[in-house]
Design a protein around this ligand. Sequence first.
Ligand SMILES: Cc1cc2nc3c(=O)[nH]c(=O)nc-3n(C[C@H](O)[C@H](O)[C@H](O)COP(=O)(O)OP(=O)(O)OC[C@H]3O[C@@H](n4cnc5c(N)ncnc54)[C@H](O)[C@@H]3O)c2cc1C
Ligand code: FES
Length: 329
Amino acid sequence: MLLDCIAVRDETPTVKTFALRPRETGFSHLPGQAVTLALDIERETLYRTFSIASAPGGETIELTIKRHPQGRATGWLHQVLGPGMTVSASGPIGRFVLDGAGPVAFVSAGSGASPLMAMLRHLAAAAPGTDVAWFHAARDEEEVVFARELTALQRQLPKLSVSVVLSRPGPGWFGYRGRLGRRLLSVAIPDFARRRVYCCGPDGFMQAARLIHAAEGGAKDDFRIEHFGAAPKAPGVPVGETDASTVEVTLGERSFPVAPTETILEAATRRQIVIPCGCASGICGTCRVKIVTGEVTMRHNGGLSPEDEAAGYILACSSRPRTDVTITL
Ligand SMILES: Cc1cc2nc3c(=O)[nH]c(=O)nc-3n(C[C@H](O)[C@H](O)[C@H](O)COP(=O)(O)OP(=O)(O)OC[C@H]3O[C@@H](n4cnc5c(N)ncnc54)[C@H](O)[C@@H]3O)c2cc1C
Ligand code: FES
């Protein structure tokens, strides 16, 4: 699908929101889902997945994107993409979606607020009486995404409470400071364990929130997370190298070893063998390859349909070989 860029706005010094209009009619997503952009940058196609931050049902979709230091795709998006330009995309994808009724807690850090904002905007339109407690972590005042809109949405959602914690607050900040911890969260959201939680941020942050939820007595199934993906290891980084349990993967003319701790995607990237990758989390399906011979153990997050799985496809980012394996792109 093609997306026409309609507008770009600054959210913080490092975060921009891109409003994109699908050329085809009929695009629809669930709050929390994402799209994968295919970006032609310096004669290479880079696939990157971004949550849709806007509520379903609009003419445009909005992506709220943080520029990573040395980030190839986000650097390009921030510097180059503007109104009048078009990008290719696929989706919507992902199982991190708002479901059920009752009180919810949103727990986010940085640009992890994007999928939660889609959920909040949806609730403001469809179920404004919902009891929502949002806990957001940022570095400083300037880096709090959606700050003004969250204040405005409190008028539409009378049961919305927002708590912000800053790790490096300026001198005029009188709110929460420090890092996510059990005491802080129980002050900000006293009934945290009673709520269905949607959490998005760095892995360590999400792990801490999960442990707090469990320690407070929350049910495991009531805690949902969205991974923004760990980038595959850079070329040349040794991982475990060969040992007795290392197996070999063959892709076309090339073969490469895969250590027991590695996925096929990580091992290929380390050898500078390109398998297109959009999320590294088993969500987007970009790294789909077909097994010709051999066996793998695969755990993914919905990026492969049961039909494709039955037809012998696997996701390279979510598969560890059990035997020597031959794959095709
Ligand atoms: C389901 C999903 C939804 C996502 N939604 C959003 C979103 O709404 N907004 C958003 O800004 N990003 C989102 N991301 C992350 C995004 O896809 C990119 O990974 C990220 O923007 C970096 O891309 P890049 O090409 O600029 O960086 P790269 O050139 O790939 O990497 C540059 C540097 O940044 C590091 N890096 C790359 N990705 C991350 C990451 N996720 N966290 C920390 N460090 C990283 C790399 O290790 C490297 O050092 C999402 C990812 C997934 C899987
Ligand atoms: S890269 Fe997205 S599913 Fe593997």
